[in-house]
Design a protein around this ligand. Structure first.
Ligand SMILES: [Zn+2]
Length: 254
């Protein structure tokens, strides 16, 4: 099996990181891209990455969930930190749009899009790939991304429409598979429809997965993403791991 890379994890939210790193290495994980979601999380992500050089790669961002009632001053501090530090990160992320009712209450569609345009401009300026969140906002996400000129981007944990998926594939973008690929119909459909050359693997840990029995994920659960995605594609885990390793290198340069 080729080396596994968890391309989207929130390591700053894990309770016992050293145990999780050990489990991950035992499972064949060679690297993890840890994404930040606001100023504090971005700072912590850099710290974690320097504690595990060559294993944890930091991405910094501003998640739509973090925007709720953020003051203009704090928003500016968040963006300034990203501008000053993106050069030292492997990617911009997590950023994106989220049109869930509860998220929209804290930050409307236009506000989310304005902030996102600002962030994507930085990704273009620093020539960094992007780890992108698009829940319930798939069409607008693709439009803003295409207009921004960002070329290297993954729609992480994609569960959106087939029509938007065709558009994002035509645009040269990627999607990533989480452990929800074991049971979630829309996610499974997206993985089936996307070319294998545009698939990545991730855990989005510490997200809770599972239908009947829920578990709190960590990077070692990338094996579930791998097995499920390989089964959907009807190829061996070996072959799947080899293809996604190349895809990861192409997109993130690691
Ligand atoms: Zn995430």
């Amino acid at each position: 099996m080729a080396e596994l890379v968890d391309t989207h994890a929130h390591l700053d939210e894990l309770e016992d990181l050293s145990a999780a790193v050990e489990h991950a290495k035992r499972a064949g994980v060679a690297a993890v891209i840890s994404v930040g979601q606001d100023l504090a999380s971005n700072i912590k992500t850099f710290k974690l990455a320097s504690a595990y050089p060559g294993f944890i790669y930091p991405a910094i961002g501003l998640h739509p969930w973090s925007l709720g009632n953020m003051s203009p001053r704090v928003l500016e501090e968040n963006i300034a930190f990203i501008r000053d530090n993106l050069g030292n990160a492997v990617a911009l992320g997590e950023v994106g749009l989220d049109y869930d009712k509860r998220v929209l209450k804290g930050a409307g569609k236009e506000q989310q899009k304005d902030i996102l345009r600002c962030l994507l401009e930085l990704a273009v300026e620093f020539a960094k790939p992007v780890s992108f969140h698009s829940r319930y906002a798939w069409k607008d996400s693709l439009q803003v991304v295409m207009e921004s000129g960002a070329r290297r981007l993954v729609f992480h944990w994609y569960t959106g429409f087939s029509s938007t998926l065709s558009g994002l594939i035509a645009g040269g973008y990627y999607i990533s598979a989480t452990p929800a690929a074991e049971y979630h119909d829309e996610h499974r459909r997206a993985i089936r429809e996307a070319p294998t050359e545009r698939l990545l693997l991730e855990t989005d840990c510490p997200v809770h997965y599972g239908r009947e029995e829920k578990y709190r994920s960590e990077p070692a659960d990338i094996l579930r993403s791998l097995k499920a995605a390989a089964a959907i594609k009807g190829i061996s885990r070996d072959e799947m791991s080899r293809i996604v390793r190349e895809n990861t290198n192409r997109l993130f340069g690691i």
